[in-house]
Design a protein around this ligand. Structure first.
Ligand code: A2P
Length: 350
């Protein structure tokens, strides 16, 4: 191990990517108590620099020797990079917070949303997984309800931004919209369908056996693991929409006991990571444009599901920044908890 977890030496793997850049900003804005920061990316980024706390830091090419002296490594460079390099980082004594899906369902790897299951962090064996963005954004506002009146069934429809597919997809949205407005043809390179003024079923593969795509399957499995509830019934349809960086999600959930919209509002008022935006008079509800750039998940359209006469079901609409709470911020919050736990443990020992 390098310096110490109370003032750790940190590496960002994938520092030049859509999430990596936000991790860098979160570390800065949240005054993360690091002693040293190493930025890692592919050979394509060799020679680049990124600014951090007023200094230009070089981007280094990731290799087997990148993790010497690193205490915490924040990975966001895709599953194959994580599968190859996360174990190497752990062998060098680092704790890995991994934003890819590579280890999320591994039983020895905690899958953590700090507002929900922070306690799992202590069980890590070197790797902690950051969940899928749509799972995080759905579960942050669901959790305060679930812990009071168990949610037995959840139906989600997502409206997912370009950022989930990386910086190149965000660029494709901008370029293809510009081309469309100029009356020019644009050949999509990153996503499988025309993106400007269009939407389409999530670009991950469909499992022919279930009819669900990978993204949907991830949300179902990961939600059960995060909530610690293998019985919760979940149905989901994931759609990619032409929005840059915040996901919106329509949710309907059924609880064990009857529940009224006002009870939901009371449970969500002041809940960590949640902001109610539910202005019926002005018809003002969560929008990606408002969610963009903030850490809270916006929640509104809170209403009884009139299709369920038992009174146990609620519908609502949420929006959250995919790059922040859906990825970078959640990872940095996990790293913050690692530091806090280390400091608290040392105090006890002293
Ligand atoms: P690079 O910018 O050098 O390609 P995004 O999700 O926005 O596409 O970003 C992916 C991030 O992961 C980028 O920082 C990218 O670096 C990095 N990356 C992708 N493949 C590798 C690799 N094989 N080794 C190291 N970094 C990688």
């Amino acid at each position: 191990m390098g310096s110490s977890l109370s003032s750790p030496s940190v590496a960002i793997v994938g520092a030049t990517g859509a999430v990596g850049v936000e991790i860098l900003k979160c570390l800065d804005e949240r005054d993360f108590p690091l002693s040293n920061l190493r930025l890692l990316a592919s050979p394509r980024s060799a020679g680049k620099t990124l600014s951090f706390r007023g200094r230009a830091l070089p981007v280094e090419v990731l290799d087997e020797n990148s993790f010497k002296g690193i205490d915490i490594a924040l990975f966001s460079a895709g599953g194959s990079t994580s599968r190859k390099f996360a174990p190497i980082a752990v062998d060098h004594g680092a704790i890995v917070v991994d934003n890819s899906s590579a280890f999320r369902m591994d039983t020895s790897v905690p899958l953590v949303v700090p507002e929900i299951n922070e306690g799992e962090i202590g069980a890590h064996k070197g790797i902690i997984a950051n969940p899928n963005c749509a799972a995080i954004i759905s579960l942050v506002p669901l959790w305060p309800i679930h812990r009071k009146n168990r949610v037995t069934r959840l139906i989600l429809s997502t409206y997912q931004a370009a950022s989930g597919a990386g910086a190149a997809a965000m660029d494709e949205l901008v370029q293809s919209t510009r081309a469309y407005l100029n009356g020019e043809t644009y050949e999509n390179k990153v996503l499988p369908h025309p993106y400007a003024f269009n939407l389409f079923s999530h670009n991950t593969q469909i499992d022919p056996a279930t009819g669900y795509n990978d993204e949907e399957t991830k949300v179902i499995k990961e939600s059960r693991k995060i909530l610690g509830d293998t019985d919760i019934r979940i149905n989901i349809t994931c759609i990619r929409v032409p929005v840059l960086r915040a996901h919106a999600i329509s949710m309907t959930f059924e609880c064990e006991k009857p529940i009224a919209p006002d009870e939901v509002r009371a449970l969500l008022a002041g809940a960590p990571g949640v902001k109610i935006v539910d202005d019926v008079e002005r018809n003002y509800f969560p929008m990606p444009m408002d969610a963009q750039g903030q850490g809270d998940v916006l929640v509104g359209r809170i209403r009884q599901d009139v299709s369920d006469p038992s009174g146990c079901s609620i519908s609502m609409f949420v929006a959250g920044d995919q790059l922040l709470k859906g990825a970078a911020l959640n990872a940095v919050q996990i790293a913050e908890r690692l530091v806090e736990r280390h400091v608290a443990e040392n105090l006890v020992e002293a």
